[in-house]
Design a protein around this ligand. Structure first.
Ligand SMILES: [Cu+2]
Length: 509
């Protein structure tokens, strides 16, 4: 981490130029929604990463447990030396009379893998919870015309004023009061003004060159996702080659860490129908290269979303495409799973769907139910709740964890601009969450784990319901793929949601 002159100049630039937009692990879904336990207190958290780097992250916390007296928040790098020296935390505000709702605005100084560390004090004692998130700029914004014009006018005034002052000083500084100006004095004034003019023009040109080179350095820091080339080789082996288009030099292709047991989680969705989905786990065969023998796949164009996590806890989603013929491959095994539904945009898959409930009939007679909120709005945190029922409509008695979780969900916008892979703890990559909360993980064998949403490790029967904290980034139609497991069967429910907003309103005046 270096906060030295470069960071300070960047700060200056950020302030003046209003650079924009955050980076994210998911595609088009930069905000972090998470749920977790800070000691005895359950918190629902939203972290909206900064629109500038350096920039301000907006943080919202809703306390789900009563008795909290104060919450502090501090931004800390997830790894490295700086992670051991957290800054003095900020006290979170309670902006309304709603005593359970807290906010904070924290500076994020560099492109990196970060965490917000929440410390909670209250009647039940204290607790800590850290929520990781990646921070990187993804675009720049041009200077506003009005601001540019104002600065230009002020600059010209400064230059002219400087020339005038120097001229006057050279002409008249040594002139006794009341005496007339000599031609020699006047000439001295002109010379001084000319020299000043040349010096100032040179300074402006140099300043412009410096500005441009800083802007170029900054634009080099703009997030560029990894690229992926997909092909099918002999024996129906899917081959994925990752490529770094050039971003910060810290990014490597050989430092991926397992996220719930797999280096890569690949969602393969038939596109644009979105009627067939696979959740697969290719193996790393070389640096930046992953392979997987394909299962049986219906022919079509597929969109690929591959989730990976770097060693520093920085998650990325790599996007690709592939056209596949009908493939007769191996049977699905292990953690690999498949789901099918109707073409998106058509009628909802079950006629019993109502405004508050969407039911999805699975091929084996089971049903998955989405307990739908009354309305869906962009950028609003919601608990997405799903329930699995057996063919008799009862909770299955053999509920199982799927890759250590009660459920996995993917929220995919039908225009392809959003993909987010979510767990009961939220949008954070589990591998990064474990780095941020090492103590919670030491408790894996102890009671602590039971407190982690979706990570119930006790011997008790597992619930047949799962909930995911998430908020849609933009209005429009989304398809939600939800996976829950009973015995050895992974069920994939498919649901559609329309998120209200200006773009979806077709009732034009
Ligand atoms: Cu998952």
């Amino acid at each position: 981490m270096n906060y030295s002159p470069r960071a300070l100049t960047s700060l200056f630039f950020a302030a003046v130029l209003l650079f924009a937009i955050p980076a994210h692990a998911h595609v088009g879904s930069p905000d972090v929604y998470a749920e977790g336990m800070a000691g005895p207190y359950k918190l629902s958290i939203v972290v909206r990463p900064p629109v500038v780097i350096p920039g301000v992250a907006d943080i919202e916390v809703r306390a789900q447990t009563p008795g909290i007296e104060r919450i502090t928040a501090a931004p800390v790098p997830l790894t490295g030396e700086a992670a051991k020296h957290p800054p003095v935390p900020d006290e979170m505000n309670r902006p309304s009379h709603d005593g359970q709702f807290y906010t904070a605005h924290l500076w994020i100084m560099a492109t990196d893998s970060w965490q917000i560390r929440f410390s909670v004090n209250g009647t039940q004692g204290s607790g800590v919870l850290s929520i990781p998130f990646p921070a990187a700029a993804t675009t720049t914004r041009k200077m506003q015309f009005g601001l540019g014009a104002l600065l230009a006018v002020l600059g010209v005034l400064l230059v002219l004023g400087m020339i005038g002052i120097v001229g006057a000083a050279a002409r008249e500084a040594k002139l006794p009061p009341g005496e007339a100006l000599t031609p020699r004095g006047r000439r001295r004034g002109y010379i001084a003004m000319s020299v000043t003019f040349v010096v100032l023009v040179a300074a402006v040109l140099l300043g412009n060159a410096w500005w441009k080179s800083e802007a170029a350095v900054y634009s080099g820091h703009i997030y560029k996702p990894l690229e992926m080339n997909a092909a099918v080789g002999q024996g129906n082996v899917l081959d994925l080659k990752l490529r770094d288009p050039g971003w910060i030099k810290q990014r490597k292709l050989d430092d991926f860490i397992p996220d719930h047991n797999h280096l890569m989680h690949l969602y393969m969705i038939r596109w644009p129908q979105m009627d067939v989905v696979f959740h697969l786990h290719p193996e790393q065969v070389a640096t930046g290269e992953f392979q997987l023998p394909l299962p049986s796949v219906p022919a079509g164009n597929y969109r690929l979303y591959a989730d990976v996590v770097h060693a520093v806890g920085f998650p990325e989603t790599v996007v690709g495409d592939i056209a596949l013929p009908q493939v007769s491959g191996r049977p699905l095994a292990g953690d690999d799973a498949e789901g099918q539904s109707t073409t998106v945009g058509g009628p909802l898959p079950d006629s019993t769907s109502s405004a508050r409930e969407q039911r999805f009939k699975l091929a084996d007679g089971y049903t998955m139910v989405w307990k739908k909120p009354a309305s869906l709005a962009p950028k609003t945190p919601v608990d997405f709740q799903f329930e699995l029922l057996d063919p008799q409509g009862r909770p299955p008695e053999d509920m199982a964890l799927y890759m250590g979780m009660l459920g996995h969900a993917a929220f995919v916008k039908t225009d392809g601009t959003v993909f987010a892979h979510i767990h009961p703890s939220g949008t954070v990559a589990m591998a990064a969450f474990m780095m941020a909360n090492p103590n919670a993980m030491q408790g894996a064998a102890s009671a602590d784990m039971k407190e982690m949403p979706g990570m119930n490790m006790s011997q008790d029967a597992l619930p047949n319901t799962v909930s995911f904290p998430y908020g849609f980034p933009t209005p429009g139609r989304y398809r939600i793929f939800v996976q829950m497991k009973h015995a050895n069967t992974v069920e994939t429910g498919v649901f559609d949601g329309d998120v209200a907003g200006d773009q979806t309103s077709d009732a034009k005046r």
